[in-house]
Design a protein around this ligand. Structure first.
Ligand code: HEM
Length: 258
């Protein structure tokens, strides 16, 4: 943080721009990245066939750091991460028009200062022309092999003039943490519980909550019904964060692998 502040000070950037940038970084560290990891594990540990191959990939890479080429080394994990992003993090980002603007594909319409442009990430994520008829399902291996070319449609980190500058950092961090977690722990059957409050102790669990269900496609191509905490962002327009927030907590017990 201090390094970022120093860059802004040296460039004599206005405090307004600097503080917006820092706020965005805080949100990214505190909300986007952890929520993304949560959604990933919610699905991954309930896809037995996929999880088996992800575990083999992670075990095979051994002791790596964030500079590892995860797409090559752990293709199923990488794919599952981007599939998670497609369904839970691809919210689309708003931008305020500051000077009269036309846009490709929008004819002669002139957008005026104050208009808000919003890329509809969540609709794009469900485009069956891009992803196929199974777009509504979480299918962790969607981007493996022939599906890898679909990664070019990724909108997780925004589009346009100011895409996320933390993209590579976030991907490396998420792949590294996920790999280490898979290498280190066995995961128990999951459960859905009431959300922790900010003043609850770490690792506390609240009472069980009736879970919701969604259907996913596992590596064997079959549809499985899994338990799900509910998508708390389904009830309104996307907020400031990119990652959706769950309605309840999703919990399971992690035991060190022998
Ligand atoms: C999963 C993790 C992350 C997601 C999904 C995410 C997503 C986004 C999105 C959608 C935007 C808006 C882009 C646009 O306006 O088109 C954004 C902007 C931004 N992100 Fe991230 N981000 C993540 C992680 C990070 C990290 C780790 C950092 C910092 C190291 C970061 C720093 C920023 C900053 C500073 C902006 C504002 C850029 C600007 O307006 O010029 N992000 N991010």
């Amino acid at each position: 943080m201090q390094a970022v502040v120093r860059v802004f000070e040296e460039a004599k950037t206005s405090p307004d721009v600097g503080s917006k940038f820092l706020n965005m970084m805080m949100i990214a560290f505190l909300a986007n990245t952890p929520e993304t990891l949560g959604w990933l594990f919610t699905h991954l540990i309930q896809s037995p066939k996929l999880f088996e191959i992800v575990r083999a990939e992670c075990d095979a890479v051994g002791d790596i750091d964030g500079t590892a080429p995860f797409l090559k080394l752990t293709p199923h994990l990488y794919s599952a991460l981007f599939e998670t992003c497609r369904l839970y993090v691809f919210t689309g980002t708003p931008a305020t028009v500051i000077k009269p603007t036309t846009l490709p594909g929008m004819g002669d319409h002139v957008f005026l200062p104050g208009d808000i442009l919003h890329s509809m990430g969540q609709s794009a994520a469900m485009d069956v022309h891009v992803y196929g008829e199974d777009a509504k399902f979480w299918k962790g291996h969607r981007f493996v092999g022939e599906g890898e070319h679909l990664l070019k449609y990724d909108l997780t980190f925004g589009i346009g003039r100011s895409p996320c500058p933390g993209r590579n950092f976030a991907i490396a961090e998420l792949c590294l943490i996920a790999t280490r977690m898979v290498q280190t722990f066995d995961f128990s059957e999951p459960m859905v519980t009431e959300r922790l409050r900010f003043d609850d102790a770490d690792f506390e669990l609240r009472s069980p909550k009736p879970e919701r269900n969604v259907d996913i496609i596992d590596l064997d191509g079959k549809v499985y019904r899994i338990i799900h905490p509910g998508n708390g962002s389904d009830r309104g327009p996307p907020g400031m964060t990119a990652a959706n927030t769950p309605e309840s907590d999703f919990a399971c017990k992690l035991t060190p692998r022998m």
